[in-house]
Design a protein around this ligand. Structure first.
Ligand code: IMP
Length: 425
């Protein structure tokens, strides 16, 4: 398999974990290049369900190598908990199958507290972050005051940097009612983390270059989605990393010239968690999904907001990421519906837009233009063995999505299991 980037084409939670797991069979190295434990990738592998936050889902395959790249922000406590949870599920993790970049930044307790504090100060303008300290960690990175994995080796540097950061955080947090952070507690926490993680920390970029030189296949497991991208998303209702295809290169040190394929993953409808614009959101549709037990966040358990498929959003995402293919997941979520809508454009100030506007204020004034297609109320896509056995109306729906997004659909998900992935010819 060539070197492939998997990227979310909506607001995250598109089912990337399952598609990555499906494609991992033919990959050698699975790489995470951005985000942190704000991600929650649910994978049904064998007869077990796994939820991965920081570790690439390739870890479920004993013979594959996994890399947490330089662009990822790592909460060491969360990573160690993930080691333990996966260990209890029988997954072996060792430096033989996992490498952590020495350049990855650390998310520490003060980042988490600052995240919650900033959110609580935003009142009605909350971003609805996952509260995992992701934004404040990337702030430190951009401000050049972060702590990286390699720094764990240098106690003198660590002591000075921690003292400075904790003092700064305590000054900001003094009115929050939170107990003041103590340098000693965080130092001990970091020493414990260092002991556990040290064998995994290395210079991962040259490892990846070497793998490419040996003809191995890399699979980049994108986290979040295009519209949570710090540049291209619904700013400021975004995460703090580059979630688009380019982020896979900067976040791993692999050249764009080494990438052969980009697969954009989208749900057959749309969801988002947290606040921010969502033109096709529909309360009735959301209730239906939640009533079916679907669309609860893997990281926070929050109910996801749900709505119709938006080809403005997904089509633009395909272009932004240079997608070769779409993988469309959760088609079975539409089983039983009489009619299904697709948003084909936005009406905005008398104009018709097929690319989303820059400002969230303008998103609010956009009206969706819908096309209604017949559903497949009496037949199910769930359990379909192949594309040709899908109900005819489901195939028409897929064709229309591909046409509107200008991108062929290669994979279709009709259930949570890896086996419930259909390949289009
Ligand atoms: P943060 O990444 O925790 O700062 O949250 C910023 C925004 O991104 C919020 O709207 C979150 O709900 C959203 N977000 C972050 N990670 C994910 C994810 O993995 N899936 C879906 N939404 C996410």
């Amino acid at each position: 398999m060539p070197n492939t980037i998997i990227v979310g084409a909506q607001w995250g939670d598109e089912g990337k974990g399952k598609i990555v797991d499906y494609l991992t069979e033919n990959a050698d190295v699975i790489v995470r290049a951005q985000g942190g434990n704000n991600a929650g990738h649910t994978v049904i592998h064998g007869d077990q369900k796994y939820i991965l936050h920081l570790i690439p889902s390739g870890i479920l395959w004993p013979e594959k190598k996994c890399v947490i790249g330089n662009g990822v922000v790592i909460d060491p406590a969360a990573l160690i908990t993930e080691f333990e949870t996966l260990g209890k599920q029988g997954i072996a993790i060792s430096p033989d199958n996992l490498a952590i970049s020495d350049r990855a930044h650390l998310t520490l307790p003060y980042h988490r507290l600052l995240d919650s504090y900033r959110e609580s100060g935003l009142g009605g303008k909350k971003i609805g972050t996952t509260g995992r300290g992701i934004g404040p960690t990337y702030v430190d990175k951009a401000e050049r005051s972060g702590i990286r994995m390699a720094d764990l080796e240098d106690q003198e540097f660590l002591d000075a940097r921690l003292a400075e950061k904790i003092d700064q955080a305590n000054r900001i947090l003094k009115d929050s009612g939170a107990e003041a952070l103590k340098l000693e507690t965080i130092k001990v926490e970091l020493q414990t983390a260092h002991q556990r993680l040290a064998p995994f920390i290395r210079e991962t970029t040259s490892f990846l270059h070497q793998q490419i030189a040996e003809g191995k296949s890399l699979l980049f497991e994108g986290a979040q989605g295009t519209y949570l991208d710090i540049d291209h998303g619904t700013y400021p209702f975004v995460t703090s990393s580059s979630t688009t295809a380019g982020g896979a290169c900067t976040g791993s040190g692999v050249s764009p010239r080494a990438i052969d394929n980009v697969t954009a993953v989208a749900k057959a409808y749309t969801t988002r968690v947290g606040a921010g614009p969502f033109i096709t959101e529909n309360a009735e549709f959301s209730d239906r999904m939640h009533g079916m037990g679907r669309e609860f966040g893997a990281t926070t358990g929050r109910k996801r907001r749900c709505g119709w498929f938006d080809s403005v959003v997904t089509g633009h995402a395909c272009r932004l990421n240079g997608a070769d293919h779409l993988a469309l997941t959760n088609l079975d979520g539409l089983d039983g519906m009489e009619k299904i809508k697709i948003c084909t454009a936005y009406r905005f100030n008398g104009e018709v837009l097929t690319t989303p506007p820059a400002r969230v204020e303008d998103w609010k004034d956009c009206e969706p233009v819908y096309e209604t297609l017949p559903g497949w109320p009496d037949t199910a896509t769930a359990g379909a063995a192949n594309i040709s056995s899908l109900p005819e109306n489901a195939r028409t729906y897929l064709d229309r999505i591909a046409e509107l997004c200008g991108c062929p659909i290669k994979l279709v998900g009709v259930g949570p299991d890896r086996k419930e992935t259909l390949v289009c010819d």
